[in-house]
Design a protein around this ligand. Structure first.
Ligand SMILES: [Zn+2]
Length: 245
């Protein structure tokens, strides 16, 4: 397939990480492997609504007792969708900005990406802090009041910051932490729960299985940009206006 070179594409791509780029949820895997099993009780309290997301995540991370070296070693075995690597190269070649917005943990994501040679991607996620004696904790950024997602990383404000460039946003995701932001961007490339959500709320979207589908849709966007980004324009305009005022 021959694609015209796009020096200045009029959209950016934001991707979720866990389950979208990585095959499994990295944080859950970390807890299963290295945390005291009481992390599951904390999870149950969160599911029941007894504690909030920040408290849940922080208490769970504080149950993980490993050295940085052990952690790095373990992270080198985490698998991602290999098609993502091709997709990043493709975006770089065409000057399409790609970034990651995750409600996971920044250190884990950056280490995993670095293992695949993907060091240059901007990552927004919760911040891991190493403390003395193999202990760690988490720090969170502030949330936007407009966001009704339960996640600690406000993907809506990340999308809004990108939107200030005047470019459209294509969002790639799979789950609950992607619901809120999906109502506020231009096109969703969705799988799993997010796909059902997009169908239910009639959001402009395409179904994907992996990043080869993402690449196919992005190529399509470049060829016929107007054909895919249309619905819910007024609703989104209003949202971004309220953010910028
Ligand atoms: Zn939101």
């Amino acid at each position: 397939m021959k694609i015209k070179s796009f020096k200045d594409p009029d959209f950016k791509v934001i991707c979720d990480f866990d389950g979208t780029i990585s095959k499994n949820d990295t944080f859950d895997q970390l807890l299963e492997r290295f945390a005291d099993p009481i992390w599951q009780d904390i999870e149950a309290d969160w599911v029941k609504g007894k504690i909030g997301t920040a408290e849940c995540m922080r208490r769970q991370v504080e149950l993980v007792k490993i050295s940085k070296r052990q952690l790095d070693n373990w992270l080198s075995f985490i698998q991602i969708d290999v098609q993502f690597i091709n997709f990043v190269k493709f975006c770089q070649k065409l000057n399409i900005e790609i970034s990651i917005a995750s409600d996971g943990i920044d250190y884990l994501i950056k280490k995993i990406l670095a293992h695949y040679g993907l060091n240059s991607i901007q990552v927004s996620a919760n911040q891991l802090i190493f403390k003395e004696k193999n202990k760690m904790t988490l720090a969170f950024s502030e949330k936007l009041n407009l966001c009704d997602s339960k996640s600690m990383v406000c993907k809506c404000s990340i999308a809004a910051a990108h939107k200030k460039s005047g470019k459209k946003i294509v969002y790639v995701g799979d789950g609950h932490s992607d619901y809120c932001v999906s109502k506020r961007i231009d096109l969703v490339l969705a799988k799993a729960n997010l796909l059902a959500y997009c169908k239910q709320h009639e959001l402009p979207h395409y179904a994907i299985d992996d990043f080869s589908d993402v690449m196919m849709r992005v190529k399509q966007l470049i060829r016929q940009p107007e054909s895919v980004i249309e619905k819910n324009v007024d609703q989104k305009k209003q949202f971004f206006k309220s953010l910028n005022s």
